[in-house]
Design a protein around this ligand. Structure first.
Ligand SMILES: [Fe+2]
Ligand SMILES: [Fe+2]
Length: 273
């Protein structure tokens, strides 16, 4: 299997690539290829051309959650795919996601009708689902530990009252490879430890080879960060490509902790398993 980073906050290769706050991954299995997230602006279409990725051959688009920095490129991606294509997401994708600093709407910036007019054939799953052979979509990730409490700045409105955003739509991918699982996360709003334990429970595989994607460790408290690092060290990962909402200070710490097994996971990188 291969995972290429089409969009990330930074550009890591000396190529004509665009970086933006967001994430988009291109996944190739022995038989299938598909898009996981679409970045913020549609710049993934340009980057795909530069990297030799043919979006026309996407057999599906999987969305990690409704946040604009993962779904804002969806309309452009659908146009580049150029035909009807399954778009798999959690049923809460269109949830009215908001954030308080600065106060704004951060959900998906398109209507369902508009996206369907561009070829999106929505398929919903709140349960784990094997979408291709060896590729599992998480569905809702159970929050099983006490320290991954989510981002207090994120909220939804319930009858004009602000309540914490449960972000149930946070959907990760679990790739079953011969040497163990490769976990792909969008922002890991459900918590990277919760997600990893869920991956094991869903697939029945114990060994985790790699974690690639956002970890949302940038805003967490010290205790949360230390517990997460201790857990990740216990996994004996081949690769930790913690990028996007990991934030540079935490990514730098992880680089120091994990040495050559760490990657900043920037735009243009490809990992082969
Ligand atoms: Fe994000
Ligand atoms: Fe997010």
């Amino acid at each position: 299997m291969q995972v290429s980073i089409l969009i990330e906050n930074t550009v890591g290769r000396p190529l004509d690539l665009l970086g933006e706050h967001g994430l988009s991954l291109w996944v190739r299995t022995p038989e299938h290829q598909f898009l996981y997230d679409t970045g913020q602006s549609g710049a993934l279409v340009h980057n795909a051309v530069v990297l030799g990725v043919s979006l026309r051959e996407a057999e599906a688009v999987v969305l990690s959650h409704g946040h604009y920095d993962h779904t804002g490129g969806l309309r452009a991606a659908l146009k580049a795919i150029g035909r009807a294509v399954p778009v798999l997401a959690h049923p809460d994708l269109f949830s009215d996601h908001r954030v308080s600093e600065p106060d704004r709407f951060v959900g998906i910036p398109f209507s369902r009708t508009e996206l369907e007019a561009c070829g999106a054939e929505f398929q919903w799953t709140a349960e784990p689902l094997e979408i291709f052979q060896g590729v599992w979509a998480s569905g809702t990730v159970p929050k099983t530990n006490a320290f991954e409490r989510g981002d207090a700045r994120m909220y939804v409105l319930e009858e004009d009252r602000r309540v914490p955003d449960p972000l149930r739509d946070d959907l990760s991918l679990y790739l079953d490879t011969p040497g163990g699982l490769v976990i792909l996360t969008g922002c890991a709003h459900a918590g990277v430890v919760n997600i990893t334990e869920h991956a094991r429970a869903v697939t029945g595989r114990e060994r985790i080879r790699a974690i690639i994607g956002g970890t949302h460790l940038a805003p967490v408290e010290a205790d949360h960060l230390e517990k997460t690092i201790a857990y990740l060290k216990g996994l004996d990962l081949e690769l930790l490509a913690a990028c996007h909402c990991t934030g540079l200070p935490v990514a730098a710490r992880l680089a120091a902790e994990f040495g050559r097994r760490f990657s900043f996971g920037s735009t243009g990188l490809t990992f082969t398993f």
